[in-house]
Design a protein around this ligand. Structure first.
Ligand SMILES: Cc1cc2nc3c(=O)[nH]c(=O)nc-3n(C[C@H](O)[C@H](O)[C@H](O)COP(=O)(O)OP(=O)(O)OC[C@H]3O[C@@H](n4cnc5c(N)ncnc54)[C@H](O)[C@@H]3O)c2cc1C
Ligand SMILES: Cc1cc2nc3c(=O)[nH]c(=O)nc-3n(C[C@H](O)[C@H](O)[C@H](O)COP(=O)(O)O)c2cc1C
Ligand code: SF4
Ligand code: SF4
Length: 776
């Protein structure tokens, strides 16, 4: 009747897992941790034959090391509540071993993000490991940078004084790493792999960081001696030194500021959330120890439980423990659901859970020692170890004060809600409540959208006539997807592997008309099957006058037909009076209910354009990586369910557009001297997208008429997923970035008539008697 499990949505499976795990952790972990804690020299903890290896082996054998990993990678993919229950039990039995097993996952967990086949194989080897051969660590703290790392996302951390000491310098296809990580790296003394946080560009302070997966048996890696410390002694820690350690570039899984920020926030969120669960369990263990002792220790002729002062203390401990467990579980379940949907979690909530649980564990353990009296200080009793373990946790994974300072800033700025999307958050909560298998769309329904059957998607095929070609190379430069390469005799040819969505801009760019169409982009079958099939393309119909006689185009028509997207600009700035005229053309566009739901943000500052580029690149490259990774693509299902946007997965966008950005063929904003971001009011009559399109196309034509080049940058929408940037742009809900446009003087001719898909028009002419006539 005493301590209860309050979760009413526990299933039979949860209960079975709870019982089996309680048995394993109490019978195997707790005694092992007690014996390891007593070893005088921490070197003995990792000596051959140490019980640590038995514990790790048995834990790996039972799959506890990969409980959170997706099934596609061979993981157990336990639902978030199961992971929370197991973690709490680990912390209850032995927080030091819990941390050791927890950090083992770090390099492998982040490897899931990489599309690199070798890293993906590494993840599979880790999940398949039943002997604890593959161990890991999270190597972030340095002798001179502890709290600095925790503040990585804080404004002040841009100061070069924050720049980490471990540096990775690009050298051809490699990075060369030098520097030292602190003795605080958990498992640092024995881990086989590190998730290594490094500095790539010290001038940017913490913002110039990167994250690499590093095998720790490479030449140049060495280790310090294991750290002798107060608590968590079964957790072995030690320095790692890097002396000209060379890794292939592909092992640097985060090398752009935005990716670095996403991974670092993800790590902080998972680690702090995990500490919350673990030390809620530790606090529970302290309470249990106190309860049992108070029921048996007799003073004044009765058990001390009967003394009111002890009762008050115990109930106070109980209140704190249950509060910590509740918050920790709720935050963990919520953040895990978001993570599984590729959504950044709520970091300040994870910090809150970590702070509450660790401070509760420490306070409750201290109160428990008081209840134990002198015995509480004796190594005979477990409470003494729990107290020391809990003390270390106030510093571990970020000193609680530093976390609170950073958490407060996040709270004020709403920075942890990276995706400002109520639908996505609701879906995350629904998924969290109902377990991993959220109701709705199945994988079988989603698969045709994200994984078209092989051989059904046919890229366009273009050909350059060697007899006409003057080898100028303009077609190559003008292709948005860089589908061309220079072939023999300096005549361009399509690459071996390429994307082409039949925009025909290469034809428009060719000064001598040397390019012809061999085949157009089409999809034979499946979700994105092209309609109609085959898809005819035609140039604009010849103009006729009102009497049906040959005529000439008006200047407006000519502009419309000859308009092509311009993606190569001269560096010359666009004069402000011209920018204003372009904006005026937008302002005078028609809008539903005359709501004029748009707002323009003009960016001509090069550093700011670079910032926009980097932000969009970071998000898009993450999306592309997830898409290319079979194991991760399933995790996109809840994202899709929350906000179905099939167009995002059209091969022309995900392979062509986002793929080109990922490969850095051109920056997102095309190196243009002027970017105009268009924010729209979500409350727009008739919906913001259509209004943005109308106003934007007015601007496009106005720009052309002024001799400027113009391109739409739809990918700018992902700025919505980078709230600090959105905030910097001065935007808040209900305003959201709908699209952007770039302007500049074209580097070369990028105008001309090209053919276009032709869908027959349906007519109901006067006298048709309701029968349609379809134009051939
Ligand atoms: C048990 C344990 C396990 C750990 N595991 C790992 C691991 O696996 N990997 C890893 O890399 N690291 C690990 N660490 C290191 C841990 O993350 C750092 O100890 C922690 O971030 C604090 O850094 P520091 O010890 O250098 O303290 P410092 O940063 O020097 O802090 C000292 C004091 O100054 C305060 N302070 C510092 N900066 C500020 C500021 N800007 N504003 C206000 N106050 C400030 C702090 O709050 C603290 O009170 C572990 C630590 C422990 C105790
Ligand atoms: C809403 C919208 C978003 C677009 N986003 C981008 C973009 O982010 N990057 C890009 O290079 N082109 C972008 N484009 C340009 C299209 O790819 C281009 O209009 C299409 O291929 C047809 O080519 P044309 O404009 O030269 O006729 C976008 C176009 C529209 C209408
Ligand atoms: S048609 Fe467009 S996508 Fe295809 S090769 Fe030409 S420019 Fe590139
Ligand atoms: S643009 Fe025309 S002339 Fe120039 S390289 Fe291409 S095919 Fe040859």
């Amino acid at each position: 009747m005493g301590l209860r499990e309050l979760n009413v949505d526990l299933t039979k499976d949860h209960v079975a897992l709870w019982e089996a795990s309680t048995k394993f952790f109490s019978e195997v972990w707790r005694p092992a941790a007690i014996s390891l804690d007593r070893l005088a020299d921490p070197k003995e903890v990792i000596a051959p034959g140490s019980v640590l290896w038995d514990v790790l082996r048995k834990s790996y054998e039972l799959g506890y090391h990969c409980s959170f990993f997706p099934k596609e990678c061979g993981g157990m993919e336990l639902d978030a509540l199961s992971v929370a229950l197991v973690t709490e039990l680990m912390g209850w039995a032995a927080p030091d071993l819990a941390v050791s097993l927890g950090v083992c996952t770090t390099p492998f967990l982040w490897s899931i993000l990489s599309p690199d086949p070798e890293l993906q194989e590494l993840v599979r080897q880790f999940t398949a490991d039943t002997e604890a051969r593959l161990t890991g660590c999270w190597a972030i703290t340095e002798p001179d940078h502890g709290s600095d790392w925790i503040l990585f996302d804080n404004v002040m951390a841009k100061d070069p004084a924050f720049a980490p000491q471990v540096r990775a310098v690009a050298d051809g296809d490699s990075y060369v790493i030098n520097g030292q990580k602190a003795a605080w790296v958990s498992n640092g003394s024995f881990a086989k792999y590190a998730a290594l946080w490094v500095s790539l560009d010290p001038s940017k302070g913490m913002e110039g960081g990167g994250v690499a997966v590093v095998p720790l048996d490479l030449p140049g890696v060495s280790r310090g001696k294991p750290l002798n410390k107060l608590g968590q002694r079964a957790l072995n820690q030690g320095e790692i030194y890097f002396d000209n350690v060379r890794i292939p570039k592909r092992m640097m899984i985060a090398q752009e500021p935005v990716t670095f920020r996403l991974v670092s926030n993800g790590q902080l969120c998972l680690a702090n959330g995990w500490m919350g669960m673990c030390f809620a369990g530790c606090a529970l263990a302290a309470l249990e120890e106190a309860l049992e002792y108070a029921k048996t220790r007799v003073q004044g002729g009765r058990v001390i439980y009967d003394h009111q002062a002890v009762k008050l203390k115990i109930f106070d401990m109980f209140v704190s423990v249950e509060a910590a467990r509740s918050l920790a579980r709720r935050v963990a379940v919520y953040n895990m659901a978001l993570t599984r949907q590729m959504q950044p979690g709520a970091v300040h909530y994870a910090m809150a859970a970590k702070i509450l649980s660790t401070e509760t564990a420490f306070r409750v353990a201290s109160q428990a020692i008081q209840i134990f009296g002198g015995n509480g200080l004796s190594k005979e009793y477990l409470i003494e170890k729990i107290f020391r373990d809990a003390r270390a946790a106030l510093i571990e994974d970020g000193v609680n004060d530093t976390l609170a300072i950073d958490g407060a800033d996040r709270l004020r700025q709403g920075r942890s809600r990276w995706v400002v999307d109520a639908a996505a958050v609701q879906a995350a909560e629904a998924a969290a409540g109902a377990g991993a298998a959220a109701a709705g769309m199945t994988w079988e329904e989603f698969e045709p959208i994200v994984r078209p059957k092989p051989g059904t998607v046919h890229m366009g095929v273009m050909k350059a006539d060697p007899d006409k070609c003057t080898h100028c190379g303009l077609c190559i430069l003008n292709c948005p997807f860089r589908a061309w390469e220079m072939g023999e005799n300096e005549v361009p040819r399509m690459k071996q592997e390429y994307e082409c969505f039949s925009c025909f801009n290469c034809m428009a760019a060719c000064p001598v008309g040397a390019i012809s169409i061999v085949d157009t982009y089409h999809v034979d079958s499946g979700f994105f099957q092209t309609d109609p099939l085959p898809l005819p393309v035609k140039p604009p119909l010849e103009p006729l006058d009102a009497q049906g006689k040959p005529a000439t185009w008006t200047p407006v028509e000519k502009l419309i037909f000859e308009r092509r997207s311009v993606r190569n600009f001269k560096p010359d700035p666009v004069p402000e009076p011209l920018i204003r005229r372009v904006i005026e053309a937008g302002r005078f566009a028609p809008s539903g209910g005359n709501c004029q739901c748009w707002k323009f943000i003009v960016v001509t500052d090069k550093a700011m354009i670079r910032e926009l580029d980097e932000a969009c690149y970071g998000v898009l490259s993450m999306l592309y990586t997830a898409y290319k990774n079979d194991a991760m693509v399933k995790s996109l299902l809840p994202v899709y369910q929350a906000k179905p946007q099939p167009g995002m997965f059209d091969p022309r966008v995900i392979l062509g557009g986002i793929g080109s950005i990922y490969r850095k063929y051109a920056p997102v904003f095309l190196d243009a001297p002027c970017v105009i971001l268009m924010a729209c009011d979500n409350r727009a009559i008739g919906g913001p997208e259509i209004q943005a399109g109308i106003a934007g196309q007015n601007m496009n034509l106005a720009a052309l008429s002024l001799g400027l080049g113009f391109c739409w940058i739809g990918f700018s929408q992902v700025i919505e997923m980078v709230p600090p940037l959105k905030e910097k742009l001065g935007l808040k809900d209900p305003w959201r970035i709908c699209t952007a446009m770039v302007l500049g003087y074209p580097k070369f001719k990028q105008q001309g008539i090209v053919p276009r898909e032709f869908r027959p028009v349906t007519w109901f002419r006067e006298g048709s008697a309701g029968r349609p006539e379809i134009e051939s």
